[in-house]
Design a protein around this ligand. Structure first.
Ligand code: ADP
Length: 474
């Protein structure tokens, strides 16, 4: 065994998920086990997770965790060494991890400070003879973990702060300082103070032994004002301790060979069948490339650009299926596109993993026109399924897709199409290129094969995390 890691997060597949963070936190323990690392995951016991507690062992009791009693449970669940923080006054509520029927929970700062506090306590004291060598904190919800360790004077447990998305920084009113058990002495611009408030992400960034983000390009982007969202200076100041490690995808779950209509690089007939079935499911007839979007419908994801570019794409023979939910206006905008292009554009507002699998199997291309994208997963599913990614050249999208430039096509290494900047002009040109590439079946099939060969599993990333942990513990 190389060592022990306590991974601290607000989401983890298969237990609770709102986005890619959950996929990553859920995949890391098995990936790290292949590198000889023993990783446990600490999650809040949200209401839907309380059903697991009966099979788990209570390992820690806290009499007052931010206003109520709490118990930490441990057990192996769905292959994950899971620690659940049961604090009913904070987590036993209707709704998702962050919000209920009436919007965001008012006490989110306390809810996630409590998670971080508990993580730091467990790391400091150890539990049942298990003490981590490294705590790995994910995003603002776990951002106070390295900070509490540091403020408690614990130096022998190393900490890693991973930024999955800097748009979420965990701001709280400065008046909460004592409630959150934070030292007044650290309320300054070099500490967790953020323009008069406090930021739990910043607390993690200034106190962790190492900072990672989920792609090398995003690591560099975060030091620039266009992407750093106010924290660029904080990250740039620590540039020597910042690295980007690309996420992988679960290649057992995302595998065209395991789909109901299966196929692979050597036998692509299944993909044509899957396309037919998908078109039938949505009542589409598409002579050119059939594109998909599987995404949160937000401005970050560039969804607002679709109405500008899709009419020309449809006129050139293309078709589109959108699966997603989010911003109300954007849901309306994509619905309007479907209404305007019956038989060519279809929309499903909602969340469905089975449908997303059918879409990646049957489509020709996946569109990811993000304004910023820390890593992005859907372009990687696209690569694996020979569903060519058309991506904005930013963050992890830039690191995973090899643009079909004339040189890359000639060298036979292209895996998709990327465009810059994220605007309607560049996106429209990329779609025009997609139509052209699709028309040249020989080039198309070659590009599909390259895409499907591109490694998107966890092996490389797990080795990079293992090397980082090892370096930290010396
Ligand atoms: P983000 O975390 O910013 O939302 P990512 O690309 O990193 O973006 O991860 C999004 C994850 O959620 C992917 O696994 C994607 O397939 C999935 N996803 C997003 N929207 C939907 C949806 N409507 N139905 C099914 N899966 C979805």
């Amino acid at each position: 065994m190389q060592g022990r890691v306590l991974s601290v997060a607000s989401e983890c597949v298969p237990f609770i998920k709102t986005g890619g963070l959950a996929d990553v936190v859920g995949a890391l323990p098995a990936a790290m086990a292949t590198q000889g690392w023993d990783m446990r995951v600490l999650l809040p016991a949200y209401r839907p997770l309380r059903k697991y507690l009966a099979d788990m062992e209570p390992v820690w009791t806290e009499h007052d965790l931010f206003g109520g009693a709490a118990t930490v449970y441990f057990g192996l669940q769905d292959g994950v060494s899971l620690m659940l923080l049961d604090a009913p006054h904070l987590y036993d509520r209707e709704g998702g991890p962050y919000s209920g029927p009436y919007g965001d929970f008012w006490d989110n700062p306390q809810r996630f400070a409590a998670l971080s506090w508990m993580a730091a306590r467990l790391a400091q004291e150890g539990v049942g003879g298990w003490r981590p060598d490294v705590v790995h904190a994910h995003d603002w919800q776990a951002g106070l973990t390295p900070a509490y360790l540091r403020y408690a004077g614990v130096w022998d447990v190393k900490s890693v702060m991973t930024v999955h998305n800097i748009a979420f920084q965990g701001w709280a009113d400065a008046g909460l300082l004592q409630t959150l058990r934070l030292p007044v002495s650290e309320f300054h611009p070099g500490g967790f103070e953020y323009y008069g408030n406090l930021s739990s992400l910043k607390a993690g960034l200034v106190t962790a032994d190492w900072i990672t983000t989920v792609s090398p390009t995003y690591a560099r982007e975060l030091m620039r004002p266009e992407f750093g969202m106010g924290l660029q200076g904080v990250i740039a100041a620590r540039a020597a301790q910042v690295s980007g490690i690309l996420n992988g995808v679960d290649t057992d779950v995302w595998s065209p060979g395991r789909e109901e209509i299966s196929y692979g690089p050597g036998k692509m007939a299944g993909k044509a069948k899957a396309r037919e079935a998908l078109c039938q499911e949505f009542g589409l007839t598409v002579p050119g490339p059939l594109a998909i979007v599987v995404s949160r419908l937000t401005d970050q994801k560039g969804i607002d650009l679709l109405p500008d570019v899709i009419p020309d794409f449809v006129a050139a023979g293309g078709g589109l299926i959108v699966l997603g939910s989010g911003d109300f206006a954007l849901e309306g905008a994509v619905q309007a596109l479907a209404d305007a292009h019956p038989g060519r554009v279809a929309v499903k507002i909602g969340y469905s993993e089975p449908l997303s699998h059918r879409m990646f199997s049957g489509a020709d291309a996946v569109l990811v026109p993000s304004r910023f994208e820390p890593c992005g997963l859907t372009q990687m599913y696209g690569l694996r399924y020979g569903t060519l990614p058309v991506v904005a050249s930013t963050g992890g999208l830039a690191d995973t897709v090899i643009h079909a430039s004339p040189a890359a096509l000639a060298a036979g290494v292209a895996t998709g199409i990327s465009f810059h900047p994220t605007d309607a002009l560049a996106f429209g040109q990329a779609l025009a290129q997609l139509v052209g590439l699709y028309a040249d079946q020989k080039l198309w099939v070659n590009t599909q094969k390259n895409a499907m060969k591109h490694p998107v599993g966890w092996e490389t990333s797990a080795a990079a995390y293992a090397a980082l942990y090892q370096r930290l513990i010396g």
